[in-house]
Ligand binder design. Structure first.
Ligand code: NAI
Ligand code: MG
Length: 396
């Protein structure tokens, strides 16, 4: 196996902390790779007017593999105010670099596993007739990552030709009196090729990892064209997988039933926005942001990241108290992608052991309010958690 090069993008705030812990874990696992650092995030927006510098894109163009921490992102008006004085008023516009990366490298498949680790105090519990039960959840969300409502095709006060084109649709009659400056439009764009690819990848994954069902979670009864296209492609692809069940749910009902029978679901496929929503919903049942991992996968490039952000209020605490598990689980997804499944499973098993044993717990697992005092209250620091996981690598 040739030695791989991983482009490491710590980003801002706690992104820097958790990425560093992931590298310690990879070293302890004996994963052989070269690492090259790449700049991304707020600092580069402020200094250079670009949170995703070209040199970072060049490194990813070359190595096609990235491990990402988290970035700080702000609305564009506020971002403009924080630019270095010499860059102000020069037409720089802030865009989220992570959305930029997904689009630039066409990382169209986002995979977000949400799995229960036994013994995690943050696990969802459900009331029963005479007590409580803790369902064991193993759901993997496949979120279309580049299209839909996040494709960025949107206007306030659309140009006249856009308005005119829209008015060819009979439903636009309802809006004919609205002045254009009072019109905001965000396009929900689905392409057949992207729908096809995400359902194909979802079924392949279901087969490979032995999941019983693939659920298309959309809203085709109302958003008939876009949700309808995803459903149509799913039905076609399903014909090649007779042993896997195809289920269909609506996003609103899915969220309502989330706590009723989450253990029944296997793979869930959604467009970009509903995928974002449903994956946060499921993540909340298995530990929340400290555990929510993700993979962004294109045809020949992939980037792995925890779904949490830069958590600025904890960024400067020394020692750090944030939970590195989401980053570790994202690192395991990178190893899966590289075909290093044994090493990936070792990470997951070591995490499972640490959680089951219950001696070393982050502040969020102890349900404490974050802050410097949590260590006195029994929470482990970030590096102690990493040490505990590394220790367990020896026995799993
Ligand atoms: P956040 O995810 O950074 O933090 C929200 C809260 O979740 C934190 O205050 C903390 O209580 C908890 N939390 C997050 N990660 C944790 C961890 N590893 N361990 C323990 N607790 C953790 O979201 P927030 O505060 O809304 O955004 C902060 C910044 O991050 C913003 O600038 C936002 O735009 C950005 N962001 C970046 C993302 C990315 O890089 N992919 C994703 C989400 C937000
Ligand atoms: Mg989200």
């Amino acid at each position: 196996m040739p030695k791989r090069t991983v482009v490491t993008m710590p980003g801002d705030g706690i992104g820097k902390i958790v990425l560093n812990e992931a590298l310690r874990l990879l070293d302890a696992l004996g994963f052989e790779a070269d690492y090259v650092h790449a700049d991304i995030g707020w600092e580069f927006w402020v200094k250079e007017g670009n949170p995703l510098p070209q040199r970072t894109l060049d490194l990813l163009e070359k190595h096609r593999l990235g491990l990402f921490g988290a970035i700080t992102s702000k609305p564009k008006d506020q971002a403009a105010l924080e630019l270095a004085p010499e860059l102000q008023g020069k037409g720089y516009v802030y865009y989220s670099p992570i959305v930029g990366l997904r689009q630039h490298f066409n990382l169209d498949i986002c995979i977000r596993p949400c799995r229960t680790f036994k013994g995690n105090p943050l696990n969802f519990i459900r009331k029963t007739k005479d007590g409580y039960e803790e369902p064991e959840i193993d759901v993997v969300i496949f979120r279309q990552n580049t299209e839909g409502l996040y494709s960025g095709v949107e206007w306030t006060n659309p140009p006249p030709e856009v308005r005119k084109a829209l008015e060819t649709h009979p439903k636009m009659k309802a809006f004919k009196d609205v002045p254009s400056e009072d019109f905001a439009i965000s396009c929900r764009i689905f392409t057949r090729r992207a729908c096809r690819r995400i359902v194909e990848e979802a079924f392949k994954y279901a087969k490979r990892y032995d999941y019983r069902s693939v659920t298309i979670c959309e809203k085709p009864n109302v958003i008939r064209e876009t949700s309808g296209m995803l459903r149509e492609e799913a039905r076609k692809v399903h014909e090649n997988y007779p042993d896997i069940e195809l289920w269909e749910t609506n996003i609103d009902a899915q969220m309502m039933w989330l706590t009723k029978n989450p253990e029944d679901y296997g793979i869930i496929v959604s467009g970009n926005m509903f995928g974002d929503i449903v994956s946060d919903g499921f993540a909340g049942l298995v530990g929340g942001l400290g555990f929510a991992c993700s993979a962004n996968i294109g045809k020949d490039c992939a980037i792995f990241e925890p779904t949490h952000g830069s958590a600025p209020k904890y960024a400067d605490l020394k020692p750090s108290i944030v939970n590195p598990m989401a980053m570790f689980l994202s690192t395991a997804l990178m190893l899966d992608y590289l075909g290093e499944n044994d090493k990936a499973n070792k990470i997951r098993s070591a995490i499972a052991e640490v959680i089951k044993e219950g001696k070393v717990r982050s502040y969020d697992m102890l349900k404490l309010k974050g802050g410097p005092d949590v260590l006195k209250q029994g929470a482990a620091s970030t590096d102690q958690i990493t040490d505990a996981v590394i220790e367990k690598l020896k026995v799993v």
